[in-house]
Ligand binder design. Structure first.
Ligand code: C5P
Length: 396
């Protein structure tokens, strides 16, 4: 028995070379006790046969809108009604275009349109197709419509080109689905997350910032949503899409981030400070562009408020989690920081091995000691962090 036993998935396959990976994916689901019903488009059947998917899922595979095996010939309605989730993997550019426009001219697209349950898609296509303006538009539309995007990833492609558009690996898709269908570890909890860098203006066009991409904080927000939490994401400047379901507040400077956080901290159950907050701001920010001169220019810096320490010092603070990006002496610095900020949990990483990347490795420090989260995709690390937080909250 796993926590996924008895969950019901509709696995849709569309036409793409990544369809062969759907076989391994179906196996992972079945092994975890998930009931997998497979629906394939005509193009998907060119890449992998329904017989293979039938053998692996242990159930008949559906391909036809007019399938008489389904009650009243209503395959497009009936096949999703007893399911918990639809996952389309691989999701081709064409299928995503159909979804974005509400088109329904085959079994899988009609099923998706007639569904009452969440829909997730795992895009798989050539990098140029992924980056084409039409696909970018469609992806934005899918996100707005609440459709969950799983991936894609960057890397080598079957066509010989390299770039964004590879379908996530079966294990990664399995983890993503497990997070959606598994126990809601933070159900009903209000979670406040900071993410990204801050920007401290020097004049109207220049400022001081850092190399944080925001990816870790956004992954934490996403994992908290998956765990059933109500998430507010206070974000410094990033180029990332808001995780579906999060309330996002954009800020620029550390002091703006401080004000946005303090306005919500008391009403939050959990505060996770992932942002790389500037320690200083510029004194006497100029309201015009500073002209080039001949001599040296001096910028005076004054300390910013420590947002995390301020929240942790509240009378009834939320459960506070800090992040520490160190460049050396990870353990000693992290433990000292946890004590100094008076927080129950601190996640530490080496800045040079985390900033801007899609993967990360974390060491968690709490009262019990330290716990290693091995290098993995940031979303996978974020899910483990959320599980750790939920475990600590349960014991309180
Ligand atoms: O002290 P240090 O900046 O290394 O601490 C990092 C942790 O503190 C992170 O969780 C970060 O979000 C938070 N922090 C903060 N306000 C600051 C500086 C850091 O909330 N001014």
């Amino acid at each position: 028995m796993t926590s996924l036993s008895g969950k019901r998935l509709l696995l849709g396959l569309t036409g793409g070379i990544a369809a062969y990976k759907a076989a391994a994916l179906a196996r992972l689901f079945v092994k975890a006790g998930i009931d997998v019903r497979v629906v394939m488009t005509e193009a998907a059947c060119r890449f992998i046969t329904p017989v293979t998917m039938q053998a692996l899922s242990g159930q008949p595979v559906y391909t036809d809108l007019w399938d008489a095996r389904v009650r009243d010939n209503m395959a497009h309605i009936e096949l999703s009604r007893d399911r918990d989730l639809i996952l389309v993997a691989p999701a081709s550019a064409d299928f995503m275009a159909k979804l974005a426009n509400g088109e329904a001219n085959d079994l899988l697209s009609t099923l998706c349109l007639a569904r009452r349950i969440p829909l997730a898609v795992a895009p798989a296509m050539n990098v140029e197709m992924w980056e084409n303006a039409a696909t970018v538009r469609n992806v934005a539309r899918l996100r707005e419509d609440g459709i969950i995007l799983m991936g894609p990833a960057a890397g080598d492609q079957a066509c010989g080109e390299t770039g964004m558009g590879r379908m996530l690996e079966p294990e990664e898709l399995f983890e993503a689905v497990a997070a959606l269908l598994g126990p809601r570890l933070l159900k009903g909890k209000k979670v406040l997350v900071t993410a990204g860098p801050t920007y401290e203006p020097i004049d109207t066009v220049r400022g001081i910032t850092n190399q944080s991409s925001g990816k870790m904080g956004y992954a934490v927000a996403q994992a908290a949503i998956e765990a059933g939490a109500e998430v507010t994401l206070v974000s410094g400047p990033t180029a990332l899409a808001t995780p579906a379901g999060a309330v996002r507040m954009d800020v620029r400077s550390a002091r703006e981030m401080h004000d946005a956080v303090m306005a919500r901290a008391k009403a939050s159950d959990i505060f996770i400070a992932v942002a790389a907050v500037a320690d200083y701001h510029v004194v006497g920010e100029k309201s015009h562009k500073i002209k080039r001169g001949t001599g040296n220019l001096f910028i005076e810096l004054a300390p910013n408020p420590d947002i995390l320490a301020t929240v942790a010092a509240l009378k009834k603070p939320p459960f506070c989690v800090g992040f520490a990006a160190e460049t050396e002496n990870l353990r000693a610095n992290a433990q000292a920081k946890r004590k100094h900020k008076k927080i129950p949990l601190l996640a530490a990483n080496l800045a040079q091995e985390a900033f801007g990347r899609d993967d990360n490795a974390l060491t968690l420090f709490d009262d019990k000691g330290q716990h290693e989260l091995k290098r993995a995709a940031k979303i996978a690390i974020a899910r483990q962090l959320i599980a750790h937080i939920a475990g600590m909250l349960k014991k309180r």
